[in-house]
Ligand binder design. Structure first.
Ligand SMILES: Nc1ncnc2c1ncn2[C@@H]1O[C@H](COP(=O)(O)OP(=O)(O)OP(=O)(O)O)[C@@H](O)[C@H]1O
Length: 256
């Protein structure tokens, strides 16, 4: 990573009402060209980090600085595990929605929607409704909608978790292909160490109770990566590092 951080998470803590601290003293710099993956024990606060970055829930302490000067959540898109497409709107109309909400002109909506549908190979299903789509297509449409407003940062909360392995791998490759064209920072939450290593240039392993950065594993392979890379020793080595870090975190949690 050579670029200066786009996002600086500084000593952040998060406590929900009536609960103990989910995150405490959580600090991390995220660069413009970063693809970071958050992984850790169940309930350690991975999704909470994304919600804080998106401004969907308030900080209890600390600060999140966006060094570009603008508030991060204004240029951020959130992709959830369940594609939250509106069932009464077609694919194109769903993708136009965030542009509509921003007050974009009809021409701009159409241009952007068509461009992004082409990028995600959705043009042939533009007039279909979500119920008429396969799970993979729904996820594609959800990712396309998330990118319609050209966000600088894409927050991905287990977007592929409900998909079969083949579709999941395909969409990982597609996501990297699209990112080469759209150049956004990506923050992924996943339970899959293999998915984290395949997609991210840094895998952030979290502790539980409270969630903090335990270890950061660098994955130096350049983007976009091909599926065949998963068969290499370099991939296996990075995967072992992540799995070992996860084991250490689990062991430490048992002893505390
Ligand atoms: N809105 C909320 N109100 C109260 N508690 C919450 C809320 N959202 C999350 N929590 C609690 O905060 C903790 C962290 O939740 P979060 O979803 O961030 O963890 P996670 O690491 O993403 O979980 P998982 O691995 O299960 O996906 C959990 O104990 C959860 O029950």
């Amino acid at each position: 990573m050579t670029t200066k951080p786009q996002l600086r998470i500084i000593n952040v803590s998060k406590r929900y009402a009536n609960g103990s601290a989910v995150l405490d003293d959580f600090s991390l710099d995220i660069a413009n060209d970063d693809f970071v993956a958050f992984i850790g024990p169940r309930g350690c606060g991975k999704s909470t980090i994304l919600r804080l970055l998106a401004g969907l829930t308030p900080l209890s302490g600390g600060n999140i600085e966006h060094l570009g000067g603008e508030e991060i959540h204004r240029r951020t898109s959130f992709i959830f595990q369940e594609p939250t497409l509106l069932p009464w709107r077609t694919v194109e109309s769903n993708i136009r929605l965030p542009l509509e909400l921003r007050g974009a002109s009809k021409d701009e909506q159409e241009d952007q929607a068509h461009e992004i549908m082409k990028l995600w190979e959705l043009s042939h299903v533009s007039e279909r409704y979500p119920l008429q789509l396969s799970a993979g297509m729904k996820t594609r449409a959800s990712l396309a909608r998330g990118l319609a407003t050209a966000p600088r940062c894409l927050l991905l909360d287990e977007p592929f978790a409900a998909l079969d392995a083949i579709t999941r791998n395909k969409l990982c490759v597609e996501l990297m292909r699209v990112r080469e064209k759209r150049h956004f920072t990506a923050c992924l939450v996943t339970h899959s160490a293999a998915e984290a290593v395949f997609l991210a240039n840094r895998v952030i392993v979290l502790t539980a109770n409270p969630g903090r950065v335990a270890e950061i594993i660098e994955v130096p392979e350049t983007h976009p990566r091909k599926l065949a890379w998963r068969e290499t020793n370099a991939f296996q080595e990075a995967l072992n590092q992540v799995r070992n870090a996860l084991n250490r975190v689990q062991e430490a949690a048992k002893q505390s």
